[in-house]
Design a protein around this ligand. Sequence first.
Ligand code: 6U4
Ligand code: NA
Ligand code: NA
Length: 159
Amino acid sequence: ITSKKLLTLILVLNENEQKILLGMKKRGFGVGLYNGFGGKVEPGETIEEGARRELLEESELEAVEMEKIGNNLFTFENDPVGLDVHIYTTTRYLGEPHETEEMNPQWFSYADIPFHQMWPDDRLWFPYVFNKTKFTGHFHFAQDQKTIISQELIAVQHL
Ligand code: 6U4
Ligand code: NA
Ligand code: NA
């Protein structure tokens, strides 16, 4: 790859009830899949500010505190642009989740995640999130943007 797009992904967790808030994406990249909230980091904002803004735009929740949990690089066959996705969790936020133009939020138990309606990498790295283990991953997709051709996923001390 010759360049990377900087993206964020926030996972909202209710650790007591062992639930995660996922949104059904209504438009754009990943439409029809459940995912955390996030998007492109805009010029002039930090990655964390971008993550907080996207959470607010897509779910109407305001993160009070966030923790970095992972960093995934997604690359695609015959595509020079990689996606550098910075992943955060939050357990402290203000407001209630609402449906927005981009996402329809829904709570899922950790035991009941709809992986068959999610990006195929998610079932591989979500366990790190639930175990609070920091990780980095690289997933290389076929041109169809659905099939993982190769992968690397490791636990790290620092991100
Ligand atoms: P627009 O429509 O331009 O406002 P924006 O909300 O800025 O878009 P979007 O939604 O296209 O950006 O960002 C893509 C989102 O999908 C980011 O949160 C990262 C996430 N994502 C991309 N590939 C992923 C993958 N393989 N697995 C995953 N999340 C992925 O779990
Ligand atoms: Na988005
Ligand atoms: Na955006």
